[in-house]
Structures are given as structure tokens and as C-alpha cells.
Design a protein around this ligand. Structure first.
Ligand SMILES: [Zn+2]
Length: 416
């Protein structure tokens, strides 16, 4: 497959012709004010011939931690469990400065963009160790990179709320600073009563500021930990349908079938999104197991069958929890496909949706994809199909954000 000559980053594209979409359709779309539309190109505008490419909507990473990325090499080695990863990060978190967080976060945003992701939703630690320094740093990085990608922030009480007195006040301050969503981590509290109080606090805050919620839920192998049901119950009781996301949800795989059926039905009724983060949880969960080691992946199959919205997230890039990662949603999709045993063409289509249109639903975007009205965020691959791009782990040749070329990648390979 030959690829047209290089296009300069910064080029404003006016017309995309000969688009080859993943479902086999061909299309031609104009770009006006960063959005896709019909009709001819604006006079004198740049025409990009996409005939040799596969065009996909740019990816969405809806579960990331930008504030703690790229600190792995500075942390002491630990046993790999979630409590150890949290503890190992404390010392480094005390040393955070806004500029330190800003630089690391911006580097990871740029890496996401190079790999075709133009929307990132990042949890940011809010606790009495780092205070609001992580949030200030990530918000500055988002501003630095606003010409490359859209970043939304989630106030995340990594150390708990009741178990870290002072965090409740900081969570409120985080929202006043402009944090987009309310986060949470109820399973980190000491008792089920405290867990429920944590959940209710998060919903109170979300209602007061009219924000969506995205909580870390049941990131443990212990099937008796059941904050997912508390979250679903609150979403239903408060009319927050379609506005609540639960991340990780590992313990659901270890829970009994009766609970699983009940809680999945509540998630469906509440129109919740479940974000599975297999790249991290394959590393963290099941550490105490010998022989058959649990995978830490939530019940993807049952959730899908029930019609619950599902996404895959990167979660971590080279931090205390996960030593790898580069903001590459194609890598996330491939690892997730292994973990969740997705292999049929329908299942592989789902893997694409889980880093794209399902996340767009979570973000409550009016339009997403390669269609009129959607923001002109696209990736162009030198591949003939999504499965080929996924299998070969290609980098996109061209990445567009708001109709402008923001990244190009060209692989040169020779074989005699
Ligand atoms: Zn996370």
C-alpha cells in the first residue's frame, strides 16, 4: 500500500475526499470551524485525499491518571498490589509541584495524540498529601495542549474521604477550581457504612455542582466488596441516569451469580458506563493467588449481554500501579481483547467501540464519529481494516483534531 506524501502538522484541512470507513462505506466530508459537514470545500482550502487510508474517529481514553504518570522509575519497587502501589506513591506525591505535574501530564497528553487519541478524561488525586497541586498541574497541562486534545478532569479521592479527614473540603475546592466531574473510591473506606457515606457524599457534591460522576469501584479480588450496588442505587434514587461511570469493577467477577444478576440489572436501569482497565488490572489483581491467578477483569460478557455501556481505558502510564503504557488505545484494545477473550469480528468491532463511540456516550457528546456535525477528530491508518490496524499495532499516519493535522507518523521499513 502506498501512502501519499507527507502532510505538515498544523495544516488545516478543508475537505476529506475518498474516505474509507471501517464499515466499508466511502465518504467525502468538508470541514468548517473544526466540524464535519457536507458540501464542497471552502474556496482555496486544503484537500486531503484519503483513498489509501482507513479512516477511524479519533480515540477517546475515558479513564486515565495524568497526574501520577511517568514517575515509575522514581519509586521504590513493591509487591505489585493496589495497597502497595498507593503507598509507594505517597513519598513522590509529597514532592509534587504544579510544574512537575504539568510537564509529565503534558508529555502523556502528547503521547496520546501521537497514537490517535484526542479526548482524555483524567482522574486527578485530591487528598491531604498532594492537596490541589495535582489538579492545578493537570489543568495547566490541559491548557498547554488545548491545540492538540480535549482533556476533562475528575476529582479523585485516592486516599478515601472518611479515611483521609480533610479530603471532603478539598473535593469541594477541586470543583470550585473547575474540575469537570466528581470521582470517588468507596471501597477504600474501612466499613460498608463508611463506603455508603462516601458514595452519598460524592452524589451530594455532584448534585450541588450539577456534575457527572466517575468513581473507582471495587478494584479488589474480594467478591464480598459491593460498592457497585451502592453506586447504582444512588444513581437510580437521585435520577442521575446516564450520568454515572464506574471504573475497574474487578470484584464483580468473584461475586455470586445472584448478586451479579441483580447489580448488572441496576447498572442497566441507571444507564451507567462500566470502564474496564485490563492493562493495569492484569498486573495488579490476583497477586495472592497461586496456580490459577485471577485476571482482575470485570464481567465484560455479562455486562455486554445486558446492554450496559462498556469502555476500555489506559488508566496508568508508567506509574506506581503499572510499569508500561504510552497512551496508545490500539494497544489498550489489543490487550483488552486478550483479557476479555474478544476474537470474533463482532467482538473486535466492540473493542473499537470501547475506545470510541461507547466512550462518546459516556462523555454525552452530541455527535461523534465520521459523520456530519461531529468534531473533525480522525485518525488515518495505512491499513485496509480495523482488524489489520489492531493486529499490526500500527500508528496512525495522520491524526486530525478539530480539522487540523496534529500528528503524523511514518514508518520506514525495508526488506531485501
Ligand atoms: Zn484508575
Amino acid at each position: 500500500m502506498s501512502v501519499p506524501s507527507a502532510i505538515a502538522v498544523g495544516t488545516e484541512v478543508a475537505l476529506l475526499k475518498n474516505l474509507h470507513l471501517s464499515d466499508g462505506r466511502r465518504a467525502q466530508l468538508a470541514i468548517r470551524e473544526g466540524r464535519l459537514g457536507s458540501g464542497p470545500a471552502p474556496a482555496g482550502g486544503f484537500v486531503l485525499d484519503c483513498a489509501e487510508y482507513l479512516a477511524l474517529p479519533a480515540f477517546i481514553d475515558t479513564h486515565m491518571h495524568l497526574d501520577k504518570a511517568l514517575i515509575r522509575s522514581q519509586l521504590a519497587d513493591h509487591d505489585g498490589t493496589l495497597p502497595s502501589a498507593i503507598a509507594a506513591s505517597h513519598e513522590r506525591k509529597r514532592l509534587y509541584t504544579e510544574d512537575d505535574v504539568r510537564k509529565r501530564a503534558a508529555e502523556v497528553i502528547r503521547s496520546h495524540v501521537r497514537h490517535g487519541t484526542t479526548r482524555i478524561r483524567s482522574h486527578v488525586d485530591v487528598d491531604t498529601i498532594g492537596g490541589l497541586v495535582p489538579l492545578a498541574g493537570v489543568m495547566q497541562a490541559a491548557q498547554d495542549c488545548r491545540h492538540l486534545a480535549e482533556v476533562r478532569t475528575i476529582a479523585f479521592p485516592q486516599e478515601g474521604i472518611l479515611s483521609d479527614p480533610g479530603t471532603a473540603r478539598l473535593m469541594r475546592s477541586a470543583l470550585e477550581m473547575g474540575c469537570d466531574l466528581v470521582g470517588g473510591m468507596p471501597h477504600w473506606e474501612r466499613t460498608p457504612e463508611d463506603q455508603l457515606e462516601h458514595v452519598k457524599f460524592c452524589f451530594d457534591l455532584a448534585q450541588e455542582f450539577d456534575r457527572d460522576l466517575d468513581l473507582h469501584v471495587d478494584e479488589t479480588d474480594d467478591g464480598a466488596v459491593r460498592t457497585l450496588e451502592m453506586v447504582a442505587d444512588e444513581a437510580l434514587a437521585r435520577g442521575w441516569q446516564g450520568r454515572v461511570t464506574a471504573g475497574h469493577v474487578c470484584s464483580l467477577s468473584a461475586a455470586d451469580v445472584e448478586y451479579v444478576r441483580r447489580v448488572i440489572d441496576k447498572c442497566r436501569q441507571a444507564r451507567m458506563t462500566i470502564v474496564s482497565n485490563p492493562v493495569t488490572n492484569l498486573m495488579i489483581q490476583g497477586r495472592a493467588d497461586r496456580g490459577l491467578v485471577r485476571r482482575g477483569i470485570t464481567r465484560i460478557r455479562e455486562l455486554r449481554e445486558a446492554g450496559v455501556n462498556l469502555c476500555f481505558g489506559q488508566d496508568c502510564v508508567q506509574d506506581g500501579f503499572y510499569p508500561f503504557g504510552r497512551g496508545d488505545m490500539l494497544e489498550v484494545a489489543l490487550i483488552s481483547a486478550h483479557a476479555a477473550q474478544l476474537g470474533t469480528s463482532q467482538e473486535l468491532d466492540f473493542a473499537l467501540q470501547a475506545v470510541g463511540e461507547n466512550a462518546a456516550r459516556t462523555w454525552r457528546l452530541d455527535a461523534y464519529g465520521i459523520e456530519e456535525g461531529a468534531r473533525a477528530d480522525l485518525v488515518l491508518y495505512a491499513a485496509s481494516s480495523w482488524q489489520e490496524a489492531l493486529t499490526l499495532q500500527l500508528r496512525p499516519e495522520i491524526v486530525l483534531f478539530e480539522g487540523r493535522v496534529v500528528a503524523t507518523n511514518h514508518l520506514l521499513s525495508a526488506l531485501a
